[in-house]
Each structure stands twice: as C-alpha cells, then as structure tokens.
Design a protein around this ligand. Structure first.
Ligand code: PLP
Length: 402
C-alpha cells in the first residue's frame, strides 16, 4: 500500500482516536510514582473517575486492558463453583462467559441472536425460578461492541429487584463508558468494568472496576485466589493517591486530561452528541439500502453501528478497499459475524464532520468495491444532523430557522 497523505480515519469501535489535548498531556517525562507529584495526580484521577462512572464509591485503575478488568471483577466477587447468569448478546459476552468458566464458575448462558440486547424479563424469570438463591451474579455487557446493541441496564436492575433476588450485578461498560449514558450508583450496579481506549479517548493500557459496598463486602468473603487484581491491595494505597505496584504514569496524565475534557463538555452533552452521531449513521445506512444489525430501536448503540453486507459480498474485502483507497479503518465482523458485517465507530472524540468524512469514505468504498447500494447516504446523514441541530438550537435561533 502506498503511503497516504493526511489524516488516517480510525473509525473502529475502539481503540478510538486520542485527542490532541490528551496526547499533549501525556507528552511528559516519567515521574516518581512514590513522590508528591504523583500523589496529587493519583488523588485527582481516582476522584475524577467517580464523576465519569457516576459513583460515590471507589474506582480501581489497573495497568491492563479491559480483559484484565473483567478478570478483576470475577476474582474479587465470586468463588469457584458459584453459579452466575449471563446473556449471549454477542462476541464479548461470549468471551466473558469463557473467562468465568475458566475460573470454575458455572454459567447459565441465556442464548441470544446477536441482534438484541439483554431481555430484562428473561432475567427476572430466571431469578424468580432460583428459589434456593444459588445464582450469585448477573453479568452483562452494556454496549456489545460486536453488534452495536446497547442493553438497558437500569431495567436489568429493576428485573433483579422485582425478583427480590440478592445476586450481584456486574456490567461490562468497556465500549460505552464516556460515550453512552451510564450511572453506576443510580442503576444499582455492583461492579462496573471498563477500560481506557474507547469512550475515555486514551490509548489502550488502563482497566477499571467501580464497585458498590455490596461488591466490596463480597470481596472480603469470596474464595477466589488472586494477587495482582486484589481490590484490597489497591484500595489501601489508593486512599493516599498511590498504587501497590508501578502505575501506568503516562496514561494517568492522559486520563486526568480526558476526564477534564468530558466534564468540560458535560456528560449529558457528550451522550447527546453520540446519540446524534448514531442517528445520522443509521440514516446513512438506510439511505444506502443496507441494514443495521441491531433490530430494536430502543437498543441502538450511540457508540458504533454494525452494518450487514448484502448477500454474496464480503465485509472484509470491502474494508480492505476502503483502507487502501481512503485511508480509513472500519471495524471487522467478529466471530460468527466475520465477513457479514462491518462496524462504523462513532465514539470518543468523534464530531459531525469526522462522521461525515467517515460516511463519505464508506459511500465511496461501497462504489469502489462494487457493493450494490443507493447513493445519498451522506446527504441523509447531513440532513439528520441538521435536523437535530435545529431541534437543539437555542429558542431565539429556532424562530428564524426556515
Ligand atoms: N468487552 C467489550 C464490550 C469490548 O468491546 C472489548 C474490546 O473491544 C473487551 C471486552 C475486551 O477489552 P480489551 O481488548 O481491552 O481487553
């Protein structure tokens, strides 16, 4: 491939592009992680994370990928032989299930079609059936990155409460945190798992777990062996801003800046921006005559859109054409969706013009790859963005809109 001029469009659903401000914040010499400068930094990010997770409880930050934080959630709250409920929303739910099984957890895996999110009614029914209260946790993925489907976590909590069941609620927000509305405390989540490289707009390398008092209590009596991931080991030095082992200092500088950016824009505005970008993307997909994988409008992801290829056309071949011609990376179809879907990421720092550039690349790529479609997707997306701008405009401007 020839070297291309200009900006590479990284439109996969994470890692997402790192904003200039965050890059500049990380462009610093490494410091003593046991000194006063790090202490100030540590205290600031540990406090700042609470605002992002919307929790008053502690958030633990690991030098890890999201998979590490998945493991931390399991080993800190469950014991070998415990039974849990999980839902097959897609590839990532399947991988988390596999990990739980490797830790000796018995998983009741509710089958899914990879086009819908968690059905709270099924959770309620399963928990109501569990009269012996042997199910120790409900473990679900908030935003299933393989499918572009977002589950309704507040409704899952209501389902657990309606069944009067004491199970913990463990939620993967790896691709949603910082892009989709999420409320750890208000939604009664016991463990929230996340990572740095998606909505938090950082490079890969930080994993997070937020925890409720109930989860902390479980961590004091559960029987799973652990060392690196142990919450208690982390929480002690964290009270003074320090870590039990060498933290990812440079990434933590970036985290401080990313938290500042999210709070400056305002989380509600951040979430509304992602909703607008998601709606514009779907408008484009429909105008092209293609199909969005997610089947329920209440579960459309504001983070990414997975698009089904017309039969007989390979998504990865199309992605290759887009990369070679337009210097843009789109997300591949994972596991059973390989070759069948491509995914457009619209998370993190993405704005209207980034999205329109990306959609132009998709539309030109569909032509270049000979994929049957109608033109006009970008127009439809522009129209959707303009319409939402009008409805969001201050009232004095609305009056003069044609
Ligand atoms: N869970 C979800 C929903 C994800 O999207 C991913 C990665 O894309 C993971 C878990 C795994 O995270 P990581 O690759 O950072 O280990």
């Amino acid at each position: 491939m020839t070297e291309r001029q200009g900006h590479h469009f990284l439109q996969i659903p994470g890692p997402s592009p790192v904003p200039e401000r965050v890059l500049r914040a990380m462009d610093r010499q490494v410091i003593d992680h046991r000194g006063p400068e790090f202490q100030r930094l540590g205290l600031a990010v540990l406090e700042g994370c609470k605002a992002i997770f919307k929790t008053s409880g502690p958030v633990v930050i690991y030098p890890s990928s999201g998979t590490g934080a998945w493991e931390a959630a399991i080993v800190n709250t469950l014991s070998p032989g415990d039974k849990v409920l999980m839902v097959e929303t897609g590839h990532f739910a399947t991988l988390w299930r596999q990990m739980a099984a490797r830790w000796g957890i018995e998983v009741d895996f509710i089958p899914g079609d990879w086009r819908h999110g968690v059905d709270p009614a099924v959770i309620e029914a399963k928990l109501a059936e569990d009269r012996g209260r042997v199910i120790k946790a409900v473990m679900v993925v908030h935003n299933e990155t393989s499918t572009g489907v977002t589950s309704r976590i507040a409704d899952v909590r209501k389902a657990i409460d309606a069944a009067g069941h004491p199970a913990l609620l463990l939620v993967d927000t790896i691709s949603s945190l910082g892009s989709a509305d999420y409320r750890h405390d208000e939604w009664g989540v016991d463990v929230t798992v996340s990572c740095s490289q998606k909505g938090l707009m950082l490079p890969p390398g930080l994993g997070f777990t937020a925890m409720s008092q109930k989860a902390l209590a479980a961590s004091k009596t559960n029987k799973m062996p652990r060392s690196y991931w142990d919450w208690q080991e982390m929480l002690k030095p964290n009270t003074n801003g320090f870590f039990p082992y060498t933290p990812a200092t440079t990434l933590i500088y970036g985290l401080r800046e990313a938290i500042t950016m999210l709070l400056e824009e305002g989380l509600d505005q951040v979430f509304a921006r992602h909703q607008r970008l998601g709606a514009a993307t779907r408008a484009a997909v429909r105008a092209w005559g293609l199909e969005v994988l997610c089947l329920d409008a209440a579960e459309y992801s504001p983070v990414l859109t997975a698009v089904l290829m017309p039969p007989g056309h390979d998504a990865d071949q199309f992605r290759k054409v887009v990369l070679e011609n337009y210097n843009m990376s789109l997300g591949t179809g994972l596991a059973k969706l390989a070759g069948k879907v491509f995914r457009i990421g619209h998370l993190g720092e993405c704005n209207e013009l980034t999205l329109l550039g990306a959609l132009s690349g998709v539309e030109m790529g569909l032509s270049a790859a000979g994929v049957p479609h109608r033109s006009g997707g970008v127009d439809a997306a522009m129209k959707a963005l303009e319409d939402s701008d009008k409805s969001n405009a201050p009232s004095h401007l609305k009056m003069v809109q044609p």
